[in-house]
Design a protein around this ligand. Structure first.
Ligand SMILES: Nc1ncnc2c1ncn2[C@@H]1O[C@H](COP(=O)(O)OP(=O)(O)OP(=O)(O)O)[C@@H](O)[C@H]1O
Ligand SMILES: [Mg+2]
Length: 291
């Protein structure tokens, strides 16, 4: 794919170099030739563009993403077909994904708040505008260093896989992405609502505060099923010092039953904030990753 695309100009956007790739395609650093502005270009695998239903939905959703403007959502500028591909052009975020950062950086309750606040605000904004994210994970959270602090961008809103499509893709042997963040109802192929996105935020929180995923199987199917069948390994079992109130927040976010979870992104954000606020300063600044 890289050799077909690098050096090409897709309707006015020059593809320069590869930034990475996920289950759906690849992301390139590019240039808006007319304005000489650097951009990020996400090109979907040709398999997606071939699917007529996907194509129609992609166009409709990309249109919606362009209107979904929020300080913590990676702006989408334009989209289109080019040859056998579909692409979207986004703001180029100058910084790594949270997935990359997590390899070497441990988060305290306080530093996790710097991520969780913007992420829940961006997600809540999408939900209020009738859009589900469907692929909440650390790889879709981008961190741009700015002066003293960081600016957080939530990416790939609405681009997540759909149950119908997943079946098609699995049949054709193509990877459908990682199920590590998948709510039990999604893993079972049931219709999902915003509470599935909030479950995934619970997984992200768990990962930030404990340095590991709550559920992992030997293969993607087993991982997806673990969300359905396995009990949550409670934070205080991994580390007895883990703050009790924060454990309650995480357990609620990761409840198997959508009705028992937080019912909005703001509710999750506020519960986390209250838990951190109630802690002693040294407790909120400590890290709780097990040895
Ligand atoms: N707008 C952007 N600006 C800068 N880098 C980006 C941008 N979008 C994506 N990237 C980089 O490209 C990498 C690949 O992104 P991509 O969305 O293809 O994969 P993913 O997020 O791991 O999986 P998924 O397909 O499930 O979203 C990301 O991890 C990120 O580092
Ligand atoms: Mg992504």
């Amino acid at each position: 794919m890289d050799s077909q695309l690098i050096g090409q100009t897709l309707n006015g956007y020059l593809v320069r170099s590869a930034l990475g790739g996920g289950g759906m395609g690849r992301v390139y650093q590019g240039l808006d030739v007319a304005t000489q502005t650097p951009v990020a270009i996400k090109v979907l695998l040709p398999e997606f563009a071939e699917d007529e239903q996907f194509r129609t939905r992609f166009m409709r959703e990309a249109e919606l993403m362009i209107t979904l403007r929020h300080p913590y959502i990676t702006p989408v500028y334009t989209y289109g077909p080019w040859k056998e591909f579909l692409y979207i052009v986004m703001k180029l975020v100058k910084g790594p994904s949270l997935e990359r950062i997590l390899h070497k950086h441990q988060f305290s309750p306080l530093t996790a708040w710097q991520i969780i606040r913007p992420v829940t605000e961006a997600l809540g904004f999408g939900h209020e505008n009738g859009v589900l994210h469907r692929d909440m994970k650390t790889g879709n959270i981008l961190i741009e260093p700015r002066g003293e602090g960081n600016h957080v961008y939530l990416s790939d809103f609405g681009l997540g896989k759909r149950p119908g499509l997943d079946t098609t893709l699995t049949a054709s042997g193509i990877s459908v992405g990682t199920p590590e963040y998948m709510a039990p109802e999604v893993a079972m192929g049931h219709p999902a609502d915003l509470r599935a996105d909030l479950y995934s935020v619970g997984v992200i929180l768990y990962e930030l505060l404990l340095g590991k995923l709550p559920f992992r199987g030997n293969n993607p199917q087993m991982t997806a099923l673990a969300h359905v069948d396995n009990l949550l390994p409670m934070p205080r079992m991994l580390n007895a010092r883990f703050p009790r109130r924060l454990e309650t927040v995480i357990a609620r976010a990761l409840d198997k039953t959508p009705d028992a979870r937080f019912q909005s992104a703001a509710e999750l954000r506020d519960a986390y904030y209250e838990a951190v606020k109630a802690m002693d300063d040294d407790v909120r600044r400590a890290v709780y990753w097990p040895e």
